[in-house]
Design a protein around this ligand. Structure first.
Ligand code: PEP
Length: 249
């Protein structure tokens, strides 16, 4: 079901003690919100984070997972392991995973299948690079990233998928897509889903924007009709900044 969502991707920041401090700060500062709120600490803090946020409205989610359920994959973590500690949502396809860890659409399709087989919700990230936009190829790139990793799925499972459009040139750079650029792309994404599935599917998915969202630009971006929230990197590492974004709704 389509909802407003604000998710904080902490990346490789905060050790266990720092994580506990930030989570307790989030708990203290949280007010009733229209948006679903999520945070993604590192793997080693997930179990403690779930316990700390047990009676709050903030969901703990994972930044990544492997496609296999278990086996000889040194350094990896599976969907069933995440589920076993009550982590029910996973971010897949983040541009840092694609570029630093060579995650391809084909690999991501397998991760998507594994997450869904384990009844997990997915925040699926994609977005064009600066050169794609300079060459007016951004729609083609985005459509291809969605098609190759997600279009083998039945319409019925799209309830468990949240899309996150994250132009690579805006991630961690301080540069943000204008609210109009975000709206245009989100509208295109919804149309792409509608063409493949139906208006019903397209209108019931949440599409988040990610790329240097801050308290100062969140309200304008979130006010666009096809933007259902944000995936937040840097600004999710301070409770006050994160809630200023959540409260933009
Ligand atoms: C991200 O990594 O998903 C992200 C959007 O980062 P930032 O907000 O720091 O640009």
């Amino acid at each position: 079901m389509r909802k407003n969502i604000v998710a904080g991707n902490w990346k490789m920041n905060n050790d266990l003690e720092e994580t506990k401090l930030l989570l307790n700060e989030l708990k203290k500062q949280q007010k009733k919100s229209e948006a679903e709120i999520m945070v993604a600490p590192t793997y080693i803090s997930l179990d403690s984070s779930v316990k700390i946020l047990e009676n709050s409205d903030i969901e703990v989610i994972a930044q990544n997972m492997h496609f296999a359920n278990s086996g000889a994959y040194t350094g990896e973590v599976s969907a069933s392991m995440l589920k076993a500690i009550a982590v029910n949502t996973v971010i897949l396809g983040h541009s840092e995973r694609r570029s630093y860890f060579n995650e391809t659409s084909e690999l991501l399709a397998k991760k998507v299948d594994a997450a869904l087989a384990n009844n997990m919700r997915i925040i699926f990230c994609f977005g064009e690079e600066l050169n794609d936009r300079k060459n007016n190829n951004e729609e083609e790139v985005v459509a291809s990233q969605i098609e190759r990793a997600l279009f083998h799925l039945e319409a019925s499972v799209w309830d468990n998928i949240v899309l996150a459009y994250e132009p690579v040139w805006a991630i961690g750079t301080g540069e943000t897509a204008t609210p109009e650029q975000a709206q245009d792309m989100h509208q295109f994404i919804r149309k792409t889903i509608s063409n493949k599935y139906s208006d019903t599917v397209a209108n019931s998915i949440s599409i988040l924007y990610g790329g240097s969202v801050k308290a100062t630009n969140a309200k304008e971006i979130f006010s666009k009709p096809d933007v259902d929230g944000g995936l937040i990197g840097g600004a999710s590492l301070k409770a006050k900044d994160f809630f200023a974004i959540v409260n933009a709704f």
